[in-house]
Design a protein around this ligand. Structure first.
Ligand code: ARG
Length: 464
């Protein structure tokens, strides 16, 4: 066997050097996109009469055979042919003879690989957007079941104010909505064809870039041939959007893990999304949530890797850029897996409403209610805050909560406090009253669920 670019060389690299150079072990993931790109290229060459109809048809026929074989995993690649492009070209020549060598007319591997990755990422991003919507639907469903389920809301992981559990869950719906918006918007930068840029400078052949871009379903094509082959910003943007989305998922993972502890017991994850311990029979571990949290690290790493690869590169293509692929593939796989896991976990988890109710009944997260009550009666809020703070301190010393304070005792702190304070302090009432726009009041929570549902049905644009 000899290299497809061997003409200028008098000796071949040793096999271990070939191995270091080769990308075939991972870029074979692009086999279908590569064949598709080649077909569009050949059709364009035929249309522009750069290739005869006869040669073009023979090559197309050969590419179709390779496509079939790729689908049934029959293609055999070799490290000597370096990457998916040269491997396929060699296989094509084996399949149809020397005419296969005409495929690469007016093209370079540089515009070829860029085309493959644009095609690949466009499809995966579309797939990811659908999976985000599945997870949003699971959130909406759990939220509808839990509008009036009250949990302590936290700041600093200290109990702060009671909130609706649906309100807490819907918070993630809106994060995902923005993640989805970012990914949809990024399609504007992914949906561009580099094909026809050649190695860096364009080509002397009378090609039609618009035609091949149309055949591949691209919305537009690059204006500058150097830009087309040396730009990887569309991948950086995808990695960045993914890192941010994984950060959101990781925060939810952390909450699920906390809520599943004996200390919280707010939810129970379904058996199908947990594992046992090899030694401690009682254990049920939230491994899937932990893995999503852990895998966020590699996605963040993939972003930093690619930025670092690109930062010192002169124009145009440099072999360093071969390093753009594994992180992208890994991120696609990780994001798809994590979204599916979360959709399943949310759909199947048990929400322990009673336990949440108990938690919120026995804490000081209703202290703001008392301060607001006094402020509403004309006491400056700052003074009301001071009064309630003293009262809380008293309760802590005595070992009871605000609901247990007698009216007489309350009135020692402020004569403005009356019998109605007990209904004001009830957590349910505290949540119900917070009906400012976007607040946790049940009416508001129902409103955002409705809005979320119609967004999923594509009816309205997000409130900004
Ligand atoms: N395997 C290469 C990559 O992924 C394809 C482009 C090679 N181009 C070149 N001029 N050596 O980057």
């Amino acid at each position: 066997m000899s290299k497809l670019w061997g003409g200028r060389f008098t000796k071949k690299p040793e096999e271990w050097v070939d191995e270091f150079n080769a990308s075939i072990s991972f870029d074979q993931e692009l086999v279908l996109e590569d064949i598709e790109g080649s077909m569009a290229h050949v059709n364009m060459l035929k249309k522009c009469e750069i290739l005869s109809k006869k040669d073009g048809d023979e090559i197309l026929h050969g590419l179709q055979t390779l496509h079939q074989k790729a689908l049934s995993n029959e293609l055999e690649y070799s490290v000597e042919y370096e990457d998916i492009h040269l491997n396929l070209e060699k296989l094509l020549i084996d399949e149809i003879g020397e005419v296969g060598g005409k495929l690469h007319t007016g093209r370079s591997r540089n515009d070829q690989i860029a085309t493959d990755m644009h095609l690949f990422l466009k499809r995966r991003v579309q797939e990811i957007i659908v999976l985000i919507e599945d997870m949003q639907e699971a959130i909406v469903h759990q939220s509808e079941e839990n509008v009036e389920t009250i949990i302590p809301g936290y700041t600093h992981l200290q109990r702060a104010q009671p909130i609706s559990f649906a309100h807490h869950l819907m918070c993630y719906f809106w994060m995902l909505q923005r993640d989805k918006d970012r990914l949809s918007d990024s399609l504007n930068r992914i949906d561009i064809s580099p094909l026809g840029a050649g190695a860096l400078a364009g080509t002397t052949f009378p090609i039609d870039r618009e035609y091949s871009a149309d055949l591949l379903g691209f919305g537009s094509y690059y204006e500058n041939s150097l830009d087309a082959v040396s730009d990887r910003d569309f991948i950086v943007e995808f990695l960045s959007n993914s890192a941010l989305m994984m950060t959101h998922l990781s925060r939810l993972a952390e909450e699920f893990i906390l809520w599943s502890t004996e200390e919280f017991r707010f939810i129970e994850l379904d058996d199908s999304f947990t594992t046992g311990s090899s030694i401690m029979p009682q254990k049920k571990n939230p491994d899937m949530a932990e893995l999503v949290r852990g895998k966020t690290g590699r996605v963040n790493g993939n972003l930093i890797s690619l930025l670092t690869v690109l930062k010192g590169l002169p124009l145009a293509y440099n072999k360093d850029m071969q390093e753009d692929k594994e992180g992208m593939f890994d991120t696609v796989k990780t994001v798809i897996g994590s979204l599916k896991i979360f959709t399943g976990m949310i759909r199947t988890m048990t929400v322990k409403q009673k336990r949440m109710e108990e938690a919120v009944a026995n804490d000081f997260s209703n202290a703001t209610e008392l301060a607001d009550y006094l402020a509403a009666k004309g006491i400056p809020f700052r003074q009301a805050h001071e009064i309630v703070g003293k009262l809380v301190l008293h309760c802590i010393e005595e070992g009871y909560y605000l609901k247990d304070v007698s009216l007489k005792q309350f009135q020692k702190y402020s004569s403005l406090i009356e019998e109605d304070i007990y209904s004001i302090l009830a957590p349910y009432a505290a949540v119900e009253r917070r009906n400012s726009y976007g607040g946790t009041g049940f009416g508001q929570v129902k409103l955002q669920i409705e809005k979320g549902k119609s967004l999923l049905q594509g009816q309205v644009t997000a409130h900004r």
